[in-house]
Design a protein around this ligand. Structure first.
Ligand code: ZN
Length: 160
């Protein structure tokens, strides 16, 4: 059963409350993670404790335990001049890395007018309730090295 320091192999599908598929491992390699190491979002990890191979889990995760709530401070309106010549290629919906004091942050352009560009640095799934359908494929104990590194080694994990 899944507990602290289990290495879990699973297939998953992530939907929004409207039933739209946002992400899925279907047709791809399953996801492999180290339980208790923050490899996957906390709200899903919590609901997988005690599950066994073959279990199908429907987990609903609130935004607070998913990608967080949108933060106003991450939405900024900047003058068009800030983009220099690049402004020609800027359009609503465009994603890019913004340089900030905390390092590069992925942002999306949400609005533009004659003078300004509004960019949003919130995670695209911030504020979203997440609906996961998970099937547990495999569970094993982590090695001491994996526990020390905080991630899985070998197939589906970090190769180094
Ligand atoms: Zn490692």
């Amino acid at each position: 059963m899944i507990k602290e320091n289990s290495v879990v192999t699973m297939h998953y599908e992530l939907k929004n409350p409207e039933g739209e598929v946002l992400d899925s491992s279907k047709g791809q390699e399953p996801l492999v993670y180290l339980h208790g190491a923050g490899n996957i979002i906390i709200g899903l990890e919590e609901q997988l404790i005690g599950k066994a191979v073959g279990d199908k889990v429907n987990a609903v995760v609130a935004p607070e335990k998913g990608y967080g709530l949108p933060v106003d401070a991450l939405i900024q309106t900047v003058p068009r001049e800030a983009f220099g010549d690049d402004i020609k290629s800027v359009e609503v919906g465009m994603r890019f890395q913004a340089e900030t004091e905390q390092g590069p942050v992925p942002v999306v352009v949400t609005a533009m007018d004659e003078k300004t560009v509004t960019v949003d640095g919130n995670h695209p799934l911030a504020g979203q309730e997440l609906h996961f359908e998970v099937s547990i494929e495999e569970i094993r104990e982590a090695t001491q090295e994996e526990i020390d590194h905080g991630h899985v080694h070998g197939p589906g994990g970090v190769q180094h």
